[in-house]
Design a protein around this ligand. Sequence first.
Ligand SMILES: *Cc1c(COP(=O)(O)O)cnc(C)c1O
Length: 467
Amino acid sequence: MRYRSTRGTAPNLGFDDVLLTGLARDGGLYLPESWPRFSAETLRSLRGKPYAELAAAVMQPFVAGSVIEQDFPQIVAESYGVFDHSAVTPLKQLDADLWLLELFHGPTLAFKDVALQLLGRLFDAVLARRRRRLTIVGATSGDTGSAALEACRDRGHLDIFVLFPKGRTSEVQRRQMTTIAARNTHAIAIDGSFDDCQDLVKALFADEAFRDEFGLSAVNSINWARIMAQIVYYFAAALALGAPDRRVCFSVPTGNFGNVYAAYAARQMGLPIERLFVASNRNDILARFFEEGEMRIGSVEPSLSPSMDIQVSSNFERLLFDLTGGNGAEVAQLMTAFRSDGCYRLTPQRMAQVSEIFRGFRLDDPGTVAEIRETYAATGEILDPHSAVGLGTARALADPGVATISLACAHSAKFPDAVEQSTGVRPPLPERLSDLYDRPERVIELPNDLNALRAHVRAHAKGLSVV
Ligand SMILES: *Cc1c(COP(=O)(O)O)cnc(C)c1O
């Protein structure tokens, strides 16, 4: 499989380079040159397969031609072997036509593990074949950092440095980053805000000599391989409920539009998805877009679901590329307009295309609290705030009689305060993290200073060569 950039001018690449590169050289995101299609007959033959086997089958066309193509099923099996539920992403029925898809059975209790556990292993395998090493650097406001550190721990061809704002993550989030006992993982508490952390990372990548010397790379949400891994659980859930002989809707709590774009990709690949509900919190740029046809940026407000406190959904560019029929020049123009004016509009015809598939909805903080409380009272199920935004959206938009699957993106124990406020119950950490508060922490504190960061990476990264 070859991949092309959404902005049309970067060179087309194979899977391995797309994986290691992330962002395209023209500022665009990579997409496959064409969507593999699964016929109804093939879909039926995939029903009932174990998750890892299904995952290897669904993703196989995307890794065709990779140096790790032969090893891929084994890499996939190892990635999902670390999940603590045998179904990996189990479905739980809440009502006659309503299901939760639990995506939080991985090492850090959030859905990002589904993609990052695979990504860490794929990076390592491709680098081993190329006899190279890389240095991953990223900034986190909480969740992605721990999932990335866990995914890269003990991988021989990677060092990873994750910056987080000191004192501004929850204690669970901090401990998940600082208690990993591996020599190649580095959690760095920056004396500053999340924006300061992001600016430091950007500045480090902008230093070309340093970037080349240490082979700086990222595992952020625009990496194609993360989308690829997330496509799988849409297949798993829909097949379990009877697809392709039954149509389903998904409700997806959304920030960067990565997770819901993966659902759209599954639909392009032949999975019969009737509608996609795009669930937002008070940061509702997407909900407004689906209502009004205009993408207009606002300011980011903190909410009970912090991983969705985003105003610019970077993966939306991938949908734009599809909507324009693969016109990179037009996408580049829209993105330039968005950057300079803070808004752009789609034509009525394009909006009609979008509205056939997507519906937007927002749930504010009081609505989120009410959803957690009411679901607990009615079913005994304890939702985290992100999952509650998804489920509230599912209830508001569901068509009677159509199976609706709402994504549960994090374990309730990651956001105990919001859950306790809503239900009176403080959710305990699951078994695999029950000793989190007893584990020793390993963290370095740095000032908000590029030279200090550069010196720290230089002192601890092992560089490019395999010894
Ligand atoms: C990252 C995250 C989201 C948002 O996912 P996107 O792919 O950015 O849309 C929602 N919920 C949780 C718990 C997350 O960690």
